[in-house]
Write a protein that binds this ligand. Sequence first.
Ligand SMILES: Cc1cc2nc3c(=O)[nH]c(=O)nc-3n(C[C@H](O)[C@H](O)[C@H](O)COP(=O)(O)O)c2cc1C
Length: 297
Amino acid sequence: MISIDPKNIPTKDLHQYLLGIVAPRPIAFASTVDENGTPNLAPYSFFNAFSSNPPIVVFSSNRRVSDNTTKDTLHNIEKTGEVVINAVSHSILRQMAVASVQFPKEISEFSKSGLTPVDSDLVKPPRVLESPASMECVMKEIITLGKHGGAGHLIICEVVRIHIDERVVDGNRINPHKIDLMGRMGRAYYVRASGDAIHTVVQSVLDISIGFDQLPQEVQKSTVLTGNDLGLLAGLTQWPNKEEIEAQLSPEERLQIASLTEDRALPQLHYMAKNAIREGLIKKAASILAFQENFSK
Ligand SMILES: Cc1cc2nc3c(=O)[nH]c(=O)nc-3n(C[C@H](O)[C@H](O)[C@H](O)COP(=O)(O)O)c2cc1C
């Protein structure tokens, strides 16, 4: 393990460690206007949603590590109190990258990136037409975290209007494959949050699950089943009893398991359970593992 004292490494290295650990991060593509109405657009990945009622999102505009200067987005919000946060989908990734360039203040990143400004309903900054979702926001508070290079300014915003491209919505829920968002990792790395990158994890928080400590000792210590396999078993609400095992396993499967149990062929049994887990048959996997304690003579 590498252990780091944040006070004893250069800020640029600390910054990269933080970005590598706190990842992937959603990207707030922030549209603002200055006091003359000139639009500004820039990506900010120190960003998240923190409250649904009221709807609060926060992002951080940091002092540049190189020269300790602050950024146009921050200046504009300090002056106008408004921002539109646009989502970044894969289809606008490279245009977003162009908008991150440090253009002079009077230059609009909309023109430079080729993205289209569309009038907002309630705030002055325009939203990005090509973005799959945009949130019109009013700034509630700015919290300054320091005065040296790398210090953040938390920009706390209340969402006052949301726009979503109907093509990314199924019913009244956003389909992650359709919205196809990008996440920021450390350095120049991004992640595309669709396709194989999306994992479905269903775990009720209300139904009390049995937990890892209630799994049989030989299952907990398995050299075949991984932490994720055990997590799936620990997420069950009940360890199988005789009836459940009979419902889950065919007579042939029971015969096969009985002979493996008799031969004390624990790894093979665990492989059989692992295969069931791979097929998504968690109760069946648990039944294979619970067979011995229920059926041994
Ligand atoms: C994907 C991405 C995420 C970024 N996230 C942040 C961030 O969270 N905070 C920050 O201060 N700068 C961040 N930056 C850098 C700013 O976008 C960059 O400094 C930009 O020039 C600021 O523009 P502005 O001066 O128009 O606000 C990020 C850049 C990229 C490409």
